[in-house]
Structure formats: C-alpha cells, structure tokens
Design a protein around this ligand. Structure first.
Ligand code: FAD
Length: 291
C-alpha cells in the first residue's frame, strides 16, 4: 500500500514519527511503548534514518516490526548521507523484501563537525536525486521534506520552493514539513505552492516544545522561528519542567485546532518516542482522522 492512497481516500491523515534507538535494549523498550500507542494508533508511523551505525539497520527492523507485528502502515526514512548509489540500492532491496513499500527520501543533515553537506563519493547530493533513484528502483510510495520557513541552508525561499518542485517532479507523492510554531508560515507557504500549481498533499509537521533550552537549540538548528509570546512564557518558566511542558502542549493544541480548521490534509507528529506526547495529542488527531 502506498501512503498517497490514504491521503486520497481520507480527508485527514494522522501520522507519528519515531526514531529507532541505537541499542537492543532501547529497541525492545520502544516496541513496548508502541504497543501502548495503540489506543490512538496513527494512520501510519514513519521511522527516521540516522547518520550511520546500528541505528540505520534499526530503522529497517523497527519499520518491519510496526508493519508486520502491529499491522500499521509504515514509512522508512532514507538519506543520501554517507551512502554510495550501490548501498542505497541495497537498502531499497532489503526494504522491498520486507514488504516496506513507503520511503521518505531525504538528503540528510551535514555530518558532525561539518557546516555543510558533503556529497558522498559515488553517492547522491540532493534529495531529488535520491527520489529519482527510489522511483527507478521499484514501486515505492515516496514522501519528501518541505520547509515552510525555507531550508536553513538556503536563504532564498523562492529557490527553496523551486527545489521542492524538483522533488515532486522526480516522484515525491506527498510532502511532510519541518515543524513550525507559527501557523502563518505554513499557510503562506501552502498558498504559494498551490498558486505555483502544486497539488500533492502538504502535511504539517507538529512538534510540542518541551522547554526553552531544547526548543531554542532545535529552532536554531532547523531555522524555525519561535513566536515572541511562546518564548517569553518558556523563558519565564525555564526552571520548571512540568509547567514548560504544559506551555508547549497548549501552544501546539492551538496550532492543531487552527490547522484542522484550515483543512490541512495531514498532521505529522514528531513524537520523539514519547508516550506522554501521544497520550496528550493523539486522541484529538485520531478523532480528526475518523479512523
Ligand atoms: P534537499 O531537498 O536536497 O535540500 C537540501 C538543501 O539543498 C536545501 O537548502 C535546498 O534548497 C538545496 N537544494 C536542493 N536541490 C538543489 C539543487 N539542485 N541545487 C542547489 N541547491 C539545492 N534527516 C535525517 O538525517 N534523517 C531523517 O530521518 C530525517 N527525517 C526528516 C523528516 C522530515 C519530515 C524533515 C522535514 C526533515 C528530516 N530530516 C532527516 C532532516 C533533513 O535531512 C534535513 O533537513 C536536510 O538538511 C535536508 O534534507 P532534504 O531532503 O530537504 O534535502
């Protein structure tokens, strides 16, 4: 099954992104946590791809577990980082052999210590090239990343949208966005893409800020702006983790409400493997998906 079928069939699709732990113990713990997610099972899970090492094979293992043991559709992420074309081909063959039929095709972030992405020798430079390779490999459903505030490495937002058009032309069937904390960025970006003729689903990424320290670091890294009112509240309660968490949840609950009113095709929850996040935000999203 391709995830685009869900977006075409349902008015609204609820998805959860998780990351695979590096250790066996961590993997077992996450599998147990996922069992508890089942009270608000998303329409699909997506599993991120690390920069190297065991977490990469764990992406495959976790995606297969979700698909075959929990019986929930799954998308495995894949990046260009530190891979040759042949290695990418091998990963795709393994995914296909495990009946994982959806891939989120990404470039990946610069490796640790580097301030820019270095094209791997014999590998791909941009996500659009990887998307074309996935499309050529076999019949995968393909998602790609979008940036309502522009990608952090590209100061020219018009050019960044042009790059998104290239990813769609290469075969991306739907776009999942970077998280944002001010809906106007997403709504404006969506309007512009629609005006430019984009008709694939544009899925909003939602991440509840846990506290000031974490969200300010992440926002800097990802080029995401923090609304003044939210930053003031988080700074004021910097030393109180519980209050900070509530501020973050209340902020994204308002975002979700407005995005649903704006007829967003899907919401992608960056759950960071947290049961608390899914317990708090999942039921509303599940209700909206009507499944
Ligand atoms: P691209 O689309 O290739 O864009 C990268 C940069 O190059 C942009 O600045 C773009 O404007 C520019 N560009 C693109 N094409 C061209 C061109 N032809 N010429 C010149 N410039 C060009 N990272 C991981 O490591 N693992 C994950 O699992 C993961 N999951 C993610 C999921 C989502 C929903 C999102 C939004 C991001 C995720 N990321 C993940 C992070 C992602 O890898 C980074 O944001 C990365 O820096 C860019 O990836 P991309 O696929 O958007 O790259």
């Amino acid at each position: 099954m391709h995830l685009i079928d869900l977006y075409q069939k349902q008015d609204f699709v609820f998805s959860i992104e998780i990351f695979p732990p590096k250790t066996e113990k961590g993997m077992e713990k996450l599998k147990t946590t996922l069992e508890k997610f089942k009270y608000c099972t998303p329409d699909y899970f997506s599993v991120t791809y690390g920069a190297g090492g065991t977490s990469r094979t764990n992406t495959h293992e976790m995606a297969a577990h979700i698909l075959h043991e929990l019986d929930v559709p799954t998308m495995a992420h894949l990046t260009c980082t530190a891979h040759t074309e042949k290695e990418i081909d091998d990963v795709l063959t393994k995914l296909r052999n495990s009946k994982i039929t959806n891939v989120m095709a990404l470039r990946g972030d610069p490796t640790a210590g580097k301030d820019h992405f270095v094209q791997p020798k014999g590998g791909y430079h941009y996500a659009s090239e990887l998307i074309a390779a996935v499309r050529k490999h076999s019949d995968f459903g393909i998602g790609a990343a979008g940036y309502p505030e522009g990608h952090v490495e590209n100061p020219d937002k018009d050019d960044d949208r042009k790059r998104l058009h290239e990813k769609i032309a290469a075969g991306a069937e739907f776009i999942v966005t970077q998280f944002f904390l001010d809906n106007t960025h997403f709504l404006h970006w969506r309007d512009q893409l629609h005006k430019e003729g984009v008709s694939v689903p544009l899925v909003a990424g939602i991440l509840p800020p846990a506290n000031w320290n974490a969200i300010s670091r992440l926002s800097d890294m990802c080029g995401v702006s923090i609304p003044e009112k939210l930053s003031q509240a988080l700074i004021k309660h910097e030393s109180d983790p519980e209050v900070s968490k509530i501020i973050g949840f209340e902020h994204v609950e308002k975002q979700i409400e407005e995005l649903l009113q704006e007829g967003v095709e899907g919401l992608h929850l960056y759950a960071l493997n947290s049961l608390e996040t899914v317990d708090r935000l999942g039921p509303k999203l599940k209700e909206a998906s009507g499944t």
